[in-house]
Design a protein around this ligand. Sequence first.
Ligand SMILES: *Cc1c(COP(=O)(O)O)cnc(C)c1O
Length: 395
Amino acid sequence: MKVYADNAATTKMSPTAISAMVAVMENDFGNPSSLYSIGQSAKEVLEQARSDIAAVINADPQEILFTSGGSEADNQALRSAAEIGRKKGKKHIISTPFEHHAILHTLNKLEQEGYEVTLLPVHEEGIVRIEELEAAIREDTCLVTIMFANNEIGTVQPIAEIGEVCHKHGVLFHTDAVQAAGHLPIDVKAMHIDMLSSSAHKYHGPKGVGFLYARKGIALTNLIEGGAQEKGKRAGTENVPGIAAMAAALKEAAGHMTENARHQSALRDRLIKGLSEIPHSALNGDAVHRLPGNVNFCFEGIEGESLLLLLDDRGISASSGSACTSGSLDPSHVLLSIGRVHDVAHGSLRLTLGEDITEEEVDYLIRNVQEVVDYLRSFSPFWRDLEDGKRPHIL
Ligand SMILES: *Cc1c(COP(=O)(O)O)cnc(C)c1O
């Protein structure tokens, strides 16, 4: 059996998105900036995509800016808010320690440029507390950027409440909704969202294309200078086939959102129950306020990379929190932010289910993870120390 359980990393393109993309490549190859009809027809594809996407998140079409993906949208949102703040003498930004690196690394750069950044605690459950956000807002706060749903542990933030507090204090609110778009309902007006990032390949669209929603009246700062595309805010000939496919994928995902979420979350909970039976294991992040397809566990006495390789041998594509780079094992910043200690954070496993996941596949995942964890523990000196009482169990 083969089970692709890494949908938070990327998703398989849907047939609808593929045919939308191919149709544009075959029929609408023109440059949308050209005045003749072939160009204008490509322009129509672009504007139809803009209004289809806007409709899904209750925005106006002019508020949607096409980008090369989630990372670019995050960078542009933060740079724009920082520039707006600077002009008013406001150089304080509030965020969380478990954002995607597209946010965290941009915040690091802004700190080097003289901005001050406050990272709110996300606690054991992986959720920010509204009263702590409100207490952190200052006179000179120009931006709050908090992700809609976390890409590793899947926890979903109280976005509407966060937006309400920001607007009560006159602060801009950006959310990285890359994991949420196409999976959870989004209403930028009701949720008081000023800017929002999204990426097509996280909801069965193509890679290398995304969008930034920016509320009317927000002056965007360019990351890319050149032609006058996207109202002069993002130069470069538009990725028309990719944009058309993104709109098709988002429309499709939004159309089946309720039934998909019901199906996925039932199987997610079956998987959580099955993996909880492994001794000295723990679910990471809140069990209820989480993405319908996200399961993330820590297993004591295990090394995440070995687990992944052995699962791959059994046809399972999964992900671990720790990234092994040039011999140094850095545990995930997300797991550390919810208070997991280094040793435990190393033994993490993320399984992110697709909409078409079946009960048989979930049972296959449970059985194989249980077997591989047992096997790895059977020759782990670290595990023997735990079992011999030389080290205390943490989980
Ligand atoms: C995948 C992801 C991104 C980056 O999106 P790209 O389109 O791959 O650049 C940003 N934020 C989150 C939360 C993500 O999951």
